[in-house]
Design a protein around this ligand. Sequence first.
Ligand SMILES: [Zn+2]
Length: 568
Amino acid sequence: MARILITSALPYINGVKHLGNLAGSMLPADVYARFQRAQGHEVLYICATDEHGTPAELAAADEGLDVASYCEKYHCIQHDIGRGFGLSWDHFGRSSSPQNHRLTQHFAEALEANGLIEERVDQMVYSVDDRRFLPDRYVEGTCPHCGYEKARGDQCDNCGNLLDPTDLKDPYSVISGSRNIEVRDTRHLYLLQTKVEGEIRAWVDSHPDWPQLTKSIAYKHLDEGLIDRGITRDLSWGVPVVRNGAPRPGFEDKVFYVWFDAPIEYIAATHEWADASDGDWRRWWRLDAGADDVRYVEFMGKDNVAFHTVSFPATILGSKEPWKQVDTLKAFNWLNWYGGKFSTSQRRGVFMDAALEILPADDWRWYLTANAPEGSDTAFTWEQFAGAINKDLADVLGNFVNRIAKFCESKFDGVVPAGGEPGPLEQALYADIASGVAELAANLEAIEMRKAAQSVRALWVRGNEYLQEAAPWTAIKTDPERAAIIVRTGLNLAALFARVSAPFIPFAAEKIAEAFGETYPGPWPTTDAAAELGKLPAGRTIRAPDVLFKKIEDAQIAEWAERFGGAE
Ligand SMILES: [Zn+2]
């Protein structure tokens, strides 16, 4: 039995996430976690909301809430939606937790003790009337390039030019509208990444097994050269900057930058889990407390790879403390909405809450896993989505389970029949199921999600082929013993499908398992297919499950294309 620590990139707190966020980190992490648990391994799957930073403050102001209440509200919303999708986190934490505050402050002190933190003076826009420094997005004014009057301090939405707040003409504070603003000096802490660049490169070099996408992004950033990075901001919402347990002089109104504290939350969320469950977080994270036999796997979209291969490792390596570091980093490309990006403001694409309103979680899980944006960006289309649900789930898996269970109900009173001996068709089936299950396990182990979905689908297809060839509806008229072994084998296949499909479609898998009197989630099948397909005891009562997968109709597609936007 191995110990496997799994984290998925932390969803930011500002509202409900879209399907791309689910497809590129949380869902594949969940599929992998469920598979490894079924293998009997000790798994800890950790995620959390990323709650600090300016966007959270802005979103809270938009809703008329203070930022703490806003984060509380959306943490609960994101948690409930994630559970609705069947995400089997062992803990879903919050980067605003006291545990993360302490740990973030600890890392900063360790880095400073190692000579890797320096105070530097920056120039920032200050609003006299608001009595605070303004982050880039809190300053608006007239674009020096195109004259647009509501250009943001970091970028002009009209012409797209990147800006510095000091470039703006007639700048004003977004908070109060005041134009009484000026540029002032402000001190910040800088993490001297340049001093640990060599160590980071050596660490990346020690992982030649990482996926190509991960390695190419890591080396791109290392080859461009690291820069020393400001890790504090003039904000009040965040982790306070301390020294020796007291507010750091000159930093009373500053907090750590969200990108510094967010990845530390992986560790802190484990600490939160331990505090809530009498667990031991150190044996997952500290090499001096038993974490050296942990395999740590991270899941994320490609935009997060640089932070996880360079920035966070700078914190970890720079601390010179024995922290567990990632072993396997699985990165995903983008899931697009037709040709373009998901967009909240333009109402393009399906967001996680709406997705669950219109269809069961398994439909989404299946489509997003079978079409995971692994090799390249992937475009969602309703047509492709409907095809995956109607063909794979309804016609192949649903039809198989329904057909064999209904047949057993009508011909054997819903009781697993005894009698009959396996013949050549069963022997051939055992061989194919054994190799198919092994291939599926290998693809899941390698975190090849598309291939894994193809493998599990191939098993479902093989079940249908078997039933077609064995034709129990013919055998029942001439050879009841033969019909009995076919039906028993078919029922066992359905029960086995519940076990191997559970990582992908846990809700349907549970329904199938229950209908066949099996525990859920069942253990992963062994390579002895003959034994696996003889597990259901003769005499057990089974029943056909309720409709497992509803087909998607053309009229629904038309309605959703209208509601969520589509091809343009
Ligand atoms: Zn402009």
